[in-house]
Design a protein around this ligand. Structure first.
Ligand code: ZN
Length: 400
């Protein structure tokens, strides 16, 4: 029992000093001791272990003439250690390797093209595309991101975006084929929100993060911590009803936000308004990017359409703010391709509805992170929360 406790304590301290090195970029042993209140001997021994495991490196001594010898600085050995991440989207798989600094060092997109045998497709993509790229680096784990609610106790996915039924039990099958490799399955919105929390430049640390893609999701980050919404089981903004007499949704509700403003809903929305031909004269594919370019370019039809999308989202946000009030709303996902006019309309509509004190203070902005934030967020979340140094992670598996 005592040995076990010591091991847990050691792992805890290894993680603590590793994240301090990560956060500071470079730091000395003495500074680590001061920040952690661990003894210099303990710090030295933990640092030696991390250096031997190739997780960090000693950059060598830095000397300056006048002040004499300065302690040598430690850095994370970023490129040597990677997390593999697969982002499962409706139309494609995004396959990536993320280093310990949170940089995507390898990326490839693979079209799904109507295939539905995901229990074959996803393991195959890992073995054929990602594994050969890992080379001699330390493999820390494989994370699968899904646009889906996750029932943690039954391993089931409940997705209104992917063509997967709950009873398919596809995660268990994927896990079987990726035994010893797949270490975590995460909800997509949570990964975006985590990336926003860790990597973006902000002057506040409480905000509502809204992911707009084929579906719509949201996570509240309060004082730098995600409010337990990781698996998407705590809240589902996409299924917030903005019209209780609206069309029924597969979730059981009516008039769900996702079915009105998600990327999959754009064509039917345009058809209902009778403007599909006008918006898409040459049978183009209607996407957020397409609409955003038209609207920002001054196309009147697209501007009205985009303004309608913004009004619907603003209505949902104004109601969310009555339940959880925050001044900061960040929009991420492909929805940010809707462009400047959409954001401007969103702010305008938000000021016009809802509880005036709350909405008058609320500001909306797009994330300053690029599309790969979701994969960076997944990798960092896994490292911060689950990865254990010097433990065999091949038997580890978490759904969250
Ligand atoms: Zn719904």
């Amino acid at each position: 029992m005592k040995i076990l406790n010591q091991q847990i304590m050691k792992n805890h301290n290894l993680k603590k000093i590793f994240s301090l090195i990560l956060r500071h970029g470079s730091i000395s042993r003495i500074e680590l001791a001061a920040l952690t209140e661990l003894s210099k001997t303990t710090i030295s021994s933990l640092v030696d272990s991390l250096i031997q495991g190739n997780f960090i490196m000693d950059t060598g001594e830095i000397t300056t003439g006048r002040q004499g010898r300065k302690p040598s600085l430690l850095r994370v050995n970023a490129e040597k250690n990677i997390v593999a991440v697969i982002n499962w989207r409706l139309e494609e798989l995004e396959l990536s390797l993320v280093d310990m600094n949170g940089q995507v060092i390898y990326y490839q997109q693979q079209e799904i093209g109507g295939q539905t045998d995901f229990a074959e497709l996803i393991p195959q993509a890992y073995y054929e595309v990602l594994e050969p790229q890992i080379g001699r680096r330390n493999f820390l784990g494989l994370c699968l991101i899904v646009p889906s609610m996750l029932d943690v106790s039954s391993y089931r996915m409940i997705s209104t975006v992917l063509p997967v039924r709950e009873e398919d039990d596809v995660l268990r099958q994927i896990h079987e084929k990726l035994k010893g490799k797949l270490t975590a399955v995460f909800n997509d919105t949570a990964c975006y929100a985590y990336a926003e929390n860790v990597f973006s430049q902000r002057e506040f640390d409480t905000f509502l993060f809204i992911n707009i893609n084929k579906g719509v999701g949201a996570v509240i980050v309060q004082d730098g911590t995600m409010i337990k919404g990781e698996a998407g089981m705590r809240s589902q903004l996409g299924h917030f009803s903005i019209d209780r007499y609206g069309s029924p949704c597969v979730c059981g509700n009516r008039g769900c936000l996702e079915n009105l403003i998600g990327e999959s809903a754009l064509l039917s929305r345009a058809e209902k308004l009778g403007i599909a031909k006008e918006l898409l004269p040459k049978n183009e594919k209607i996407s957020f990017e397409y609409l955003g370019k038209l609207a920002d370019g001054g196309d009147r039809t697209a501007m009205d359409f985009v303004s309608g999308l913004a009004a619907d989202l603003a209505f949902a946000i104004s109601n969310v703010l009555v339940i959880y009030n925050t001044d900061h709303i960040i929009i991420g996902g492909k929805g940010q391709r809707l462009g400047r006019y959409y954001l401007q309309q969103l702010e305008m509509h938000l000021k016009k509805q809802g509880f005036f004190i709350f909405v008058s203070r609320a500001g909306v902005r797009y994330t300053d992170l690029s599309d790969d934030a979701i994969m960076r967020g997944a990798a960092r979340y896994y490292i911060d929360k689950f990865y254990q140094f010097f433990e065999d992670m091949s038997g580890f598996f978490v759904i969250e």
